[in-house]
Design a protein around this ligand. Structure first.
Ligand SMILES: [Zn+2]
Length: 303
């Protein structure tokens, strides 16, 4: 019963996240107009707006003009439903569950928005950062580096609330200085920007929720998973014939064989960094407690 409740709550929240993902980059209000078809502007009927099922019984097409509706919508609803269930199974009905579900929603919006339009909007990053610090006051991010540091250098014990907030600030500062340094280094060496400030702000938001060690592990796991998924995606694009028209035309002009050109084009595809960071942070939150039993370094980061 409770699992079903979390799942249904998750797919409903997921359908709101879809609204955020499509409207925030366009700077449209996420509350006022009802959802409309992007081509014929017909408002979507309440009974067609049911999470996951609506898309299925419309067979992925607008009822009025038959324009295909992206499978992104039901996939995000489904993923959110499953993540809500996972949060319940790992953290029960606790304050920690509320914190990690809120974090999950922010990560989903940023991950998908960066993937779709290469943007990490400030209206998500900054309120997310503030929310992260507030949540960390109630549910501290890790075993408490802030308290340990204060004890060592100032000979004081911090009250729990202050220690939690300071842990969040430590995580945010560590992650954003590291990425900012990397960005500056890249620009100095290559002469152009390789990373935007959006990534620096996003890791600060992640740090506010996860603290120092969680942020470090997010960067580690995120770049590892990101590279693996990136390689898989390039292969999938190549095998799926991505932009084969362009390769065909270039091949006719004698620039190489079609196969070589398709490979060269697919290899150009890069996952945005924000997507890596989002996947990494989700892996820490949901994978952390599971693998903490094997590797003690994960112990106490979440939950
Ligand atoms: Zn339509």
């Amino acid at each position: 019963m409770v699992i079903a409740f979390f799942f249904v709550l998750g797919i409903i929240v997921g359908s709101f996240l879809n609204v955020c993902i499509t409207r925030i980059p366009e700077e449209i209000s996420i509350v006022s107009p009802v959802s409309r078809c992007p081509r014929c502007s017909t408002p979507i009927k309440p009974y067609d707006n049911v999470p996951v099922l609506g898309w299925l019984w419309l067979r992925g097409k607008c009822r009025a003009c038959r324009l295909p509706i992206s499978p992104m919508y039901p996939l995000i609803e489904l993923a959110t439903g499953l993540l809500f269930v996972a949060a319940f199974l790992e953290f029960g009905i606790t304050q920690a569950t509320v914190k990690w579900l809120f974090f999950t929603c922010l990560l989903e919006i940023l991950t998908v928005t960066d993937l779709r339009v290469r943007l990490l909007p400030d209206v998500v990053n900054w309120p997310g950062f503030a929310a992260g610090l507030l949540f960390s006051a109630v549910v501290p991010p890790n075993n408490g580096y802030a308290d340990a540091l204060a004890g060592r250098f100032l000979q004081v014990r911090l009250p729990g609330v202050a220690a939690g907030i300071l842990d969040g600030i430590l995580g945010a500062a560590f992650g954003s200085f590291l990425l900012w340094g990397l960005a500056a280094g890249y620009k100095a060496v290559r002469g152009h920007e390789g990373m935007g400030m959006g990534d620096v702000k996003m890791i600060a938001m992640i740090g506010a929720f996860l603290g120092l060690r969680g942020t470090f592990l997010t960067l580690l796991v995120g770049s590892l998973l990101g590279s693996l998924i990136g390689i898989g995606l390039v292969l999938a694009l190549y095998l799926g014939g991505w932009r084969s028209g362009v390769a065909k035309r270039a091949s006719r002009r004698g620039l190489g064989t079609e196969r070589q050109l398709r490979w060269a084009i697919a290899r150009q595809y890069q996952l945005p960094l924000g997507t890596f960071l989002g996947i990494g942070a989700l892996a820490i939150v949901y994978g952390g407690p599971v693998i903490a039993e094997q590797w003690p370094i994960f112990k106490g980061i979440v939950g």
